[in-house]
Design a protein around this ligand. Sequence first.
Ligand code: EPU
Length: 337
Amino acid sequence: MNIQQNISLKSYNTFGISVYAKRFISVTSVYELQQLLKIEKDVFLISGGSNMLLTKDIEKLVVHIDIKGISVDQENNDAVYITVNAGENWHEFVLWCVSENYGGLENLSLIPGNVGTCPIQNIGAYGAEVKDTITKVETLNIETGKMVEFSNVACKFGYRNSIFKNDVKGKYIITSVSFQLTKNTHDLNSSYGAIESELASKKIKNPTLRDISEAVIAIRKSKLPDPKEIGNSGSFFKNPIITKTQFLELQKEYPNIPSYIISDTKIKVSAGWLIEQSGFKGKRFGEYGVHEKQALVLVNYGNATGKEIFLLAEKIQTTILTKFGISLEIEVNVFEK
Ligand code: EPU
């Protein structure tokens, strides 16, 4: 087992924060992971590093999940069943599906990170959520070293949420994810406003999977910073869900507040809009700030510390609470506050 000492994690997290792992190991198979857990269980896991803010050096053994491999388990005229190991890059997998004409993930193009972490926060974008294609999630129980399978229902998926963020947090390591995707006949989802206008601008009336994927890539590139150029972790906060009563009060003062009905009594409002209204959009404080095109995204211009970004997040939360009476919940995992 090749445990390395004092490794910078800058290239292992999309925020590009430079903290150090005292000890670091990359594992490339489930067997290797099982052997490692026999020796050490209290480990710090890192995969694509796309949904984390690191604020200090990591004392625990950092285990980089680098288990690769994609297999087609079964297929018929309508569907294909695929199992993908945790260390595969998410976007490369989506592009492969599009090239094979397997449908269901095209709206989730260009999301940073690896396949193994997609169920944890139930990644979603442009009218699609990954939960609608996942059949099961294979995991390793850290305590027993045994494989445990979670069915789609057992994952308890919700908006940017799953059992892996709650009841069983820190207890299992996801080793692979299985998907059911469409073949031949696809249920295309192009109703999201920005996709419709992107397709219309290219005069596409009957889009293919590739057209949708390319439209999503174009929209994301126009709004979201590329982590290779500007460090970031996508949406830093969740869109808050408030009561209808509170929403109607706010709407009197802010008639343009973007909103989505969740139920008869609950309304989701746009955190990006709230942050923009509070004057933070595009604000730069030295090495860090709020992205100029999407206020939900906090950015590292190069040499920010995780602490600085966390303090900015707290400042935004306090401002939103005072101005709108709404608590913004951080979506990104912060280590350690
Ligand atoms: N808005 C503003 N100002 C901003 C940003 C947004 O006024 O700075 C307004 C927009 O005008 C629009 C509304 O807020 O009316 C929604 O904006 P957008 O469509 O950009 O989506 P979002 O709700 O801000 C969510 C996801 C994104 C995902 C997009 C597209 C969350 C926390 N974020 O953002 O996910 O790409 O929808 O589906 O749900 C991510 O999780 O990392 C992520 C990027």
